[in-house]
Design a protein around this ligand. Structure first.
Ligand SMILES: Cc1cc2nc3c(=O)[nH]c(=O)nc-3n(C[C@H](O)[C@H](O)[C@H](O)COP(=O)(O)O)c2cc1C
Length: 374
């Protein structure tokens, strides 16, 4: 147990109701990205914590249409797994949650943060922050439906309107309604992804959750964690019990394992060499081929290589070769050729977390200066 003056937290471990986790780092739901092939790469990079599916539409879950079947796809190596639902109709949400638990969900999470019109126009996602009574009533029903089998959790934004801070009160009510964990993204829905994350706002939600849960319900901070150092800074500044990572993991699936290790041991593990990073790309493609049709897998890895490339150093030939790929069998020659051509650099770390952290710190300072001047 460590203390940061604001609260106490267990380093490395996290308990969500009856679910004991080995890590207090989580892979966020990221629609269109954090599917089974990607989660398997994240887990192969040493991450043994909780990962989430994309947000799932309860109608889709119950109809089991092709897309939702794919979004819900999982396997034994993909545990522990949180399945996230969005919606406000209690009956539908309860039925979908039962389905999800039967299909391997270790937790059921309710999305209360999505700002996308398609979701908010049905009064789901972040719009649920605007209808707290209805939200809490639905949540209570959900806890009644599956809460004896898996923990039910919620992921919120700070509020709906730009400077609103409604999340502390709603989070406390959700905890009293049976939520076993709250995740808070430190921006309001109106801000979408603008500006920097509001650590103070996260701290307020953490306090509210801890108070309502008597210290037994963890609160997870989310937003702008781009390096293991950011995770520690967020914990220190807010007293949150762990962190959830979304965008920064998409091109660096090893960020989750590295962050978990850093939080637990206070130092980074050996960072991945270029060779091992490129192996992640090869592995990702192999999983895509296992779970999706050939054409989709090829198109997907062509998009993905652009995101991975930020962590690979100079890699134009790799990007160009993958962009030109027409048959899956070409991938092995492309990767092997790139690694051979890299020579000794293949066994070095192309961009370290410390280097990335220095860049982000510089950006943050520039943003703070610009905001102060304005
Ligand atoms: C493309 C995209 C898709 C997202 N999809 C979801 C989602 O399905 N469910 C959810 O709760 N949050 C979703 N989010 C929000 C992230 O989970 C996370 O809260 C947000 O990106 C802030 O964390 P980050 O700074 O680590 O990216 C999405 C974000 C992005 C950029």
């Amino acid at each position: 147990m460590r203390s940061n003056g604001r609260t106490h937290y267990n380093v490395g471990m996290l308990r969500i109701g009856p679910l004991q986790l080995d890590s207090n780092v989580m892979l966020a739901p990221v629609a269109g990205h954090c599917d089974l092939p990607f989660r398997l790469v994240v887990r192969a990079c040493g991450f043994d914590g909780l990962a989430f599916t994309d947000l799932l539409c309860p109608h889709g879950v119950l109809k089991q249409n092709r897309q939702t079947r794919y979004l819900m796809a999982t396997c034994d190596a993909d545990r522990p797994l949180g399945m996230q639902l969005y919606g406000r109709e209690p009956e539908l949400m309860c039925d979908a949650a039962r389905w999800a638990v039967d299909r391997g969900a270790s937790t059921i999470d309710v999305n209360m943060g999505c700002p996308v019109d398609k979701v908010t126009k049905t009064f789901a996602g972040s719009m649920m922050l605007c209808i707290p009574d209805e939200t809490v009533a639905m949540f209570e029903r959900l806890v009644g439906a599956v809460g004896d089998r898996v923990p039910v959790t919620a992921k919120l934004r700070l509020g709906y309107e730009r400077d609103e801070l409604t999340a502390p009160r709603l989070a406390a009510r959700l905890v009293r309604a049976g939520a076993r964990c709250i995740t808070i993204h430190g921006r309001t829905a109106a801000l979408r992804f603008k500006g920097t994350v509001d650590l103070d706002g996260i701290g307020r939600v953490v306090e509210a959750v801890h108070e309502a849960g008597g210290g037994d319900v963890p609160c997870i901070g989310n937003g702008d964690v781009r390096t293991p150092f950011d995770a520690q800074r967020m914990i220190d500044a807010t007293g949150c019990d762990g962190v959830m990572i979304a965008r920064a993991a998409l091109g660096a699936p090893w960020l989750l394992g590295d962050t978990a290790h850093y939080l637990e041991h206070g130092e980074l593990p050996a960072e991945l060499t270029l060779r091992r990073r490129v192996e992640c790309v090869r592995q990702h493609f192999a999983h895509l081929l296992t779970y999706r049709e050939r054409r989709y897998a090829i198109n997907r890895i062509k998009q993905k290589i652009g995101i991975y490339s930020k962590h690979l150093g100079p890699c134009k030939p790799l990007k160009a070769a993958i962009a030109a790929m027409s048959e899956p069998s070409e991938m092995n020659d492309i990767v092997d050729g790139f690694i051979d051509a890299a020579g000794d650099a293949a066994d070095r770390v192309p961009v370290t977390w410390a280097q990335r952290d220095a860049i982000f710190t510089h950006e943050r300072l520039a943003h703070a200066t610009a905001t102060t001047r304005a």
